[in-house]
Design a protein around this ligand. Structure first.
Ligand code: ADP
Ligand code: MG
Ligand code: ZN
Length: 611
């Protein structure tokens, strides 16, 4: 749309310039081109012709002389440069045959206007447009600034996004809420009869990759009404007031097209809290103020619905969230087990699959993965199938691509010494054995010591049978024990420790700290919140909310928890030292073993395997 309009403007400008050039050409150049051919000669030729009495007519102009020569009954017109020749007039006058006169070349009024006014004007405009074009290309911002507050919202009309609610799996609550809005836009009378007001705005919140943008596109596909889509960052301009002008433009467009939907993606860019700090961001605040005003200004019954998406709802200005603005909050959470399975199936629809693919097992192995990650897993599996010259995707492709997404690609040609491989094998079996011997741990799914591009030298995958929503203190403790199991095995067998446990240490500390500061699972503190989460959907950074003394007590408590778990892990491994040796040897040989193989060896008598 916008593109088209631009092109039209360009064309109009071009046409005007052409017409002006044509006028100039007509007015200035044309009169000087007379129809008779005039020959340039030198002054001596002119004098000679006068002496020979061949000249009939002379016209003296300011800088040249035109004369007509009649020789041998043939008339010819010549012109020559006018030289300072005081005697000329006298000589011409002496000759009775010569008819002579002077001529002042005068610019017509039109010529004067064209040369004095229009030409410079055209020139300046041309220069200006050239400069803005070059600058605009170089630093985008100024180019945008020159478009003087036009919103560049894209308008989609029905189904142009190609997405419908069927493409969104899992997010059932979100879909239901949005379906209501779509329904309202389809038949507003149903709602008006009862006297219900639909929310003016709905805010989609959730972690990255959970399908917020996708949901909005699906609404566009379903809605049958114009759908304006714009990203929050597009309001941010170089000059103060420009963003506000864009908001105004967007809403006036939307009002004309009502009923319609306006979607503002990543609204936190403009919707941040106005904190009133000195030197705050004027432009952003003005844009936000304009948005607030516009949202109040339009009639809710007219049918303009505003959707917005963000993954930082806590940073939004409270004024945006009050009733009458974005009063409805639609959460797009990370999918649960059933949701993950459904998302995998949606994305597998366009892919050729082997007959019996177990999506449930993939879903189980990907607890905590977002929709975007699951889509990526399916695509990785398809790529792997192509790499292996197959025409369909198998279960192994999917299993492997889960690991690729979790841990990166296999580093097939990484050279690891036998000694180090042995340490890694014991480390991984240490994790697995501690997990298997505790009753609150998730079962072991897979153990591998093939290094990955993420830097992992091996890992132990545990997969819960069912989706877990709560974590008991015992489960937390046993999880920390499993994490310390790798290091425990190294200590037990090699009487040393390696840097390979750094990732385990990080995870164990994070969990132990959360137990103390947020879950109230420590001995010395009661149900006391010692930390607050600042960024719920983006990594969940926590900030301490206690005195320095308490902070040091927390550290002690965290250390105690990890120590207890570490001792427990060492105890388990010492009790099962034979199994540890046996399993490590087996893993060293096979490099990758499944949970079943692991459990078989663990439950068999050692002789049975040897036989
Ligand atoms: P965000 O929430 O960060 O805006 P997107 O909507 O951009 O996430 O999702 C990115 C991609 O992830 C989508 O294009 C889609 O392929 C996939 N995806 C995310 N959630 C879902 C879902 N619930 N169902 C199907 N695909 C999904
Ligand atoms: Mg998005
Ligand atoms: Zn480890």
């Amino acid at each position: 749309m916008e593109e088209n309009k631009n092109n039209k403007q360009h064309f109009a400008g071009f046409a005007i310039v052409c017409i002006i050039l044509l006028l100039v050409f007509n007015a200035v150049v044309m009169p000087n081109i007379s129809t008779k051919p005039i020959k340039e000669t030198n002054y001596s030729f002119f004098l000679k012709q006068i002496e020979e009495n061949n000249v009939r007519q002379v016209q003296i102009e300011s800088d040249k002389i035109k004369f007509e020569v009649n020789a041998d009954g043939e008339k010819k017109t010549y012109s020559t440069v006018r030289i300072d020749d005081p005697g000329l007039v006298e000589r011409l006058h002496k000759n009775k045959d010569i008819d002579f006169t002077g001529k002042i070349v005068e610019q017509s009024l039109l010529q004067q206007i064209v040369i004095g006014w229009i030409l410079p004007f055209v020139f300046i405009i041309l220069m200006f447009s050239l400069v803005t074009k070059i600058l605009g290309k170089r630093m985008g911002g100024l180019g945008n600034a020159m478009s003087f507050g036009k919103s560049n919202a894209k308008i989609y009309v029905k189904a142009q996004t190609g997405k419908t609610f069927e493409d969104v799996a899992g997010q059932d609550e979100a879909k239901e809420a949005l379906e209501e809005i779509v329904d309202f836009l389809h038949n507003p009378r149903k709602y008006a009869e009862i006297g219900a007001n639909l929310p003016k705005g709905a805010l989609l919140v959730g972690p990255p990759g959970t399908g917020k943008t996708l949901l909005a596109k699906a609404v566009a596909g379903e809605a049958n009404v114009p759908f304006f889509s714009i990203s929050g960052s597009e309001f941010v301009e170089m000059f103060v007031g420009m963003g506000a002008a864009k908001v105004r433009d967007l809403f006036s467009q939307a009002n004309q097209k009502a009923p319609c939907i306006v979607f503002i993606d990543e609204i936190d860019t403009i919707g941040k809290k106005r904190d009133g700090q000195l030197g705050g961001n004027d432009e952003r605040e003005q844009t936000l103020n304009q948005l607030l005003t516009e949202m109040d200004g339009f009639d809710g019954k007219k049918g303009v619905v505003i959707l917005a998406a963000t993954n930082r709802p806590e940073s939004l200005d409270p004024a945006l969230l009050r009733p009458g603005r974005f009063d409805r909050r639609i959460p797009a959470e990370l999918p649960d087990l059933a949701g993950r399975e459904a998302i995998l199936k949606v994305h597998a629809k366009n892919i050729k699959l082997d007959e019996d693919i177990d999506f449930k097992s993939i879903a189980r192995a990907t607890a905590g993965a977002s929709g975007a990650e699951l889509a990526n897993i399916v695509n990785e599996a398809a790529l792997r199938a192509v790499r292996n010259d197959r025409t369909f995707v198998t279960q192994t492709d999917l299993d492997e691509s889960v690991e690729v997404v979790i841990a990166g690609y296999q580093r097939k040609n990484a050279v690891i010494s036998q000694k180090e491989k042995e340490i890694i094998a014991y480390h991984e079996i240490g994790h697995a054995l501690v997990a298997a011997k505790q009753k609150d741990s998730a079962p072991v799914h897979k153990i591998t010591i093939i290094p990955r591009t993420s830097g992992a030298l091996g890992y132990t995958m545990q997969v819960d049978e069912e989706e877990k929503f709560l974590m008991s203190k015992e489960e937390a403790m046993s999880r920390i024990a499993v994490l310390t199991g790798g290091r425990s095995a190294e200590e037990l067998v090699f009487t040393t420790c390696t840097s390979g446990a750094s990732n385990d240490i990080e995870k164990a500390t994070k969990l132990a700290r959360a137990m103390v500061t947020r879950y109230g699972m420590s001995n010395s503190f009661d149900m006391m919140a010692l930390e607050t989460i600042t960024n719920q959907y983006l990594g969940g950074d926590a900030s301490l909310a206690c005195s320095a003394e308490t902070a040091s007590k927390i550290d002690d408590e965290v250390n105690n928890i990890i120590k207890t778990a570490h001792t427990e892990a060492s105890r388990i491994l010492t009790e099962n030292i034979e199994k540890l040796h046996e399993l490590a040897k087996y893993l060293l040989e096979k490099e990758t073993i499944t949970g079943e193989e692991f459990m078989n060896i663990l439950n068999n008598e050692p002789q049975a395997i040897a036989a």
